[in-house]
Design a protein around this ligand. Structure first.
Ligand SMILES: Nc1ncnc2c1ncn2[C@@H]1O[C@H](COP(=O)(O)OP(=O)(O)O)[C@@H](O)[C@H]1O
Ligand SMILES: [Mg+2]
Length: 249
């Protein structure tokens, strides 16, 4: 990127793989090698598909630098900050409402990812009996074609001018939405445990959500999370749900 970008950019976000900057009224997501350029191109391509839906997402633009994505800038705060610094109380409800909106999108041209879950489960470094149960449960869960975000949490939702925007669609694909709910639960369980309890009880109360496979999906997503360097809480969750799902088999 040119010199003025380098000197004038203001950092607004920092994730595991990319830093996000504000420059000239746009947001820029800057990856670093060895992050593969093909993955960045894939992220841009997917975002362009999402922009054709009615979901609240930002436009992405290619730049001359293959490691830099230009985006519409959302001048606001994350839902996480809204809850933490502004004492907002309906954050979990809003999260679930947005997530259900995502799942309503069907027949979008994105990869089906249930197969990916199978191969990821086979590869994880975990005691065999846990993996075997995971694979068995994965076979039992009906395959569906809903759009799933799969990294859906409070910091990937921005709030601006009384509206929400959903960010960070790097893991997306098409599958049974129960996996997306389960994945969010696992993330909340690890980082904001109290919120995860509310999230789970609201899911279970919601008549529009089919929750019969929820614990199976939580078990599977917790196991898969260990491949990303999960903390001890995730291992506890695996133990807890292992016994639960086994009892119901
Ligand atoms: N278009 C945007 N407008 C404003 N802030 C953004 C934008 N994109 C990202 N951010 C900020 O940067 C953070 C990290 O971006 P994100 O896309 O979630 O990447 P990752 O979490 O993979 O690093 C976000 O949580 C948000 O605070
Ligand atoms: Mg993020």
């Amino acid at each position: 990127m040119h010199n003025e970008f380098e000197t004038e950019k203001k950092q607004i976000g920092m994730g595991k793989q990319a830093a996000v900057y504000l420059y000239d009224s746009f947001a820029y997501k800057v990856y670093k090698p060895p992050y593969p350029v093909t993955w960045i191109e894939y992220e841009i391509e997917n975002q362009q598909k999402l922009c054709k839906t009615n979901l609240p997402v930002v436009n992405y633009f290619k730049t001359e630098d293959p490691y830099v994505i230009k985006m519409d800038y959302i001048d606001g705060i994350s839902l996480g900050e809204r809850i933490k610094s502004q004492g907002y109380k309906q954050g979990v409800e809003d999260l679930i409402r947005l997530q259900k909106e995502i799942h309503l999108i069907q027949n979008i041209d994105l990869p089906k990812i249930t197969e990916r879950f199978f191969s990821q489960l086979e590869k994880i470094d975990y005691e065999n009996k846990y993996k075997t149960l995971g694979l068995k449960l994965l076979k039992e869960i009906e395959d569906k074609d809903s759009l799933c975000h799969l990294d859906f949490h409070f910091n990937n939702v921005m709030f601006s001018n009384d509206r929400y925007f959903i960010l960070d669609w790097v893991n997306i694909g098409v599958c049974n939405p129960i996996f997306d709910f389960a994945r969010t639960y696992v993330i909340l369980y690890e980082y904001v445990n109290r919120m995860s309890q509310k999230y789970l009880s609201l899911l279970k109360k919601d008549k529009s959500i089919e929750t019969k496979d929820l614990y199976k999906a939580i078990y599977i997503m917790a196991l898969l999370r260990t491949a990303e360097g999960a903390g001890p809480r995730v291992y506890d969750l695996i133990e807890k749900t292992y016994d639960m799902v086994l009892q119901n088999e």
